[in-house]
Design a protein around this ligand. Sequence first.
Ligand SMILES: [Cu+2]
Length: 156
Amino acid sequence: MKRLSQRAFLGLAMGALAVLSVTDVAHADKRHIIVTAVEPKGGANVEKEPFPSPLPEGGGYVLKKPNEEGRWEVAVYVFEPRQIFVDEGDEVTLEFVGINGASHPTTIEAYGQVFELKRGHIHRATFTADKPGRHSIVCSAHLPTMVSELIVAPKK
Ligand SMILES: [Cu+2]
């Protein structure tokens, strides 16, 4: 009898622990993610690599013709990282930092965020990630390259 009640107590304690850990999982995480506006660049001299054919339309692509020394350059504007993963219910702060490019008119439509990110400035977009799915972070001045994806994983 005594042994049984010890087992019963142990069972209750394990059950309580299980409930506690489930509750912990359900708590929203605070996520603080740095997102930079950057412009990776490359270039060459026409003597080594010919000037390439035009890039697709859009402010996100930059192709500079050969200068007096014959050097040409190519670049794209992007948000880094290109994909951001959070969980449904997370309290998310995306801290945008403007590094390359004077201005980035930015929209995260799914979370009602509309702002201009300027070089040398920080903009913090804070929201609860309550919409599972894939959402775009778009700079309208530098399409089609300056688009990142905010991926909100649904609660299990
Ligand atoms: Cu931009």
